[in-house]
Design a protein around this ligand. Structure first.
Ligand code: NAD
Ligand code: TYD
Length: 355
């Protein structure tokens, strides 16, 4: 099992990165330091790790920085004697990538290139180091009614988001094959859980149900996604980082496919039960809207390799995960109000000014 002293997590103030940092500190035997390197875009919230910052003191350190800025990246890697990079930072929302692809090209492609170069420069030929790249199943394109994505499935990205992630995946592989950089990669299906900015399907719908807003269903509502509880993505990444074979890609997924409209019914039923709302009133909020351009029909992951080679299995069922998630949003309406307020963004900029 590989061990590290100082891990730099990029994008650790975002949804999956913050859950990953909390998971490693609270549920693994990791004894070193974690440096959270994050630009704090709209999706990055320093408050999401306030509990970890106060509980783990010097072992958790936050740096506000941009992965596409080479001097900022090089300084963080050098100053903290980093021996592993776990790379989450990205622009991650498909609808935003359709509206404004430029940030996706800059952060996801140029940012990954910048990190890879900085890692090479710092580490040289060292083999006791690791660059883990967190990616998505969306790089494989769209499936018909049958079949699942394997690690060997040909890349066929279709949105500006998935094309930028596919490009970053290729760069990571190239730096391994060409320069010998020790890498691992994971391509995961859709995540859900706490601390998810309310713009993606599950947190948006929960938030709209709790606040009585309409529920916008794209197209016919029959697009299929394979959902995984975020902590199970975190423990998969930890398994790959500590035990995965160098140079290998592992697919991660919930084996848990839902049509959007069926998933919405589960959310409506769970919110009605946990928040004491009227089922019929909640169902009335469903509104079919214009489809997303280029909307991928179906994603589904085959994660046999991760299960058999690394012994990974999800820790919660979908029913448990959805219940925990809805309860978390019920208990944390203040977090949602905070991260969506303009005042909060001003506070972030004032309190986390770049040095
Ligand atoms: P997110 O949008 O919630 O968080 C992204 C984080 O990256 C934010 O904290 C943001 O401030 C930071 N960031 C953005 N640009 C940056 C830059 N230039 N420099 C430094 N930090 C920057 O994203 P997420 O949902 O947590 O996704 C994390 C990673 O996992 C991404 O690489 C994404 O492609 C991948 N992924 C996500 C899902 C999913 O369902 N959300 C599924 C599979 C893979
Ligand atoms: P999303 O959470 O954006 O993830 P993905 O990266 O897989 O597109 O969307 C999940 C599915 O839900 C996708 O088929 C688009 C659909 N969707 C809606 O129908 N309404 C919405 O408001 C959103 C955000 C997504």
């Amino acid at each position: 099992m590989r061990t590290f002293h100082n891990i730099l997590v990029t994008g650790g103030a975002g949804f999956i990165g913050s859950n990953f940092i909390r998971y490693v500190f609270t549920k693994t035997s990791f004894a070193g330091r974690m440096v959270n390197f994050d630009k704090l875009t709209y999706a990055g919230n320093p408050h999401s790790l306030a509990d970890i910052a106060s509980a783990y003191g010097e072992r958790y350190h936050f740096v506000r920085g941009d992965i596409a800025e080479s001097t900022q990246v090089a300084a963080a890697l050098r100053d903290h004697e980093v021996d592993a990079i776990i790379h989450f930072a990205a622009e991650s929302h498909v609808d935003r990538s359709i509206h404004g692809p430029g940030d996706f090209i800059r952060t996801n492609i140029l940012g990954t290139f910048t990190l890879l170069q900085a890692a090479r420069e710092l580490w040289g030929d060292r083999k006791d180091v690791l660059f883990h790249h967190v990616s998505t199943d969306e790089v494989y394109g769209s499936l018909g009614d049958t079949g699942k994505f394997l690690e060997t499935t040909a890349y066929d990205p279709r949105s500006p988001y998935s094309a930028s992630k596919a490009s970053s995946d290729h760069l990571v592989q190239a730096w391994h094959h060409t320069y010998g950089l020790p890498i691992t990669m994971s391509n995961c299906s859709n995540n859900y859980g706490p601390y998810h900015f309310p713009e993606k399907l599950i947190p948006l719908m929960i938030n709209n149900l709790l606040t009585g807003k309409t529920l916008p269903v794209y197209g016919d509502g029959k697009n299929v996604r394979d959902w995984l509880y975020v902590e199970d993505h975190a423990n998969a990444i930890w398994a790959i980082v500590t035990k995965g074979s160098i140079g290998e890609t592992y697919n991660v997924g919930g084996e848990n496919e839902w049509q959007n409209i069926q998933l919405l019914e589960v959310l409506i039923e769970t919110v009605a039960r946990l928040a004491g709302r009227n089922l019929a009133d909640l169902r009335n909020l469903i509104t079919y809207v214009k489809d997303r351009p280029g909307h991928d029909r179906r994603y589904a992951i085959n994660c046999h390799k991760l299960k058999t080679e690394l012994g990974w299995a999800p820790s919660v069922t979908f029913e448990q995960g959805i219940e925990k998630t809805v309860q978390w949003y019920l208990d944390n309406q203040a977090w949602v109000a905070q991260v969506t307020s303009g005042d909060y963004r001003k506070w972030v900029d004032a309190n986390y000014a770049r040095r």
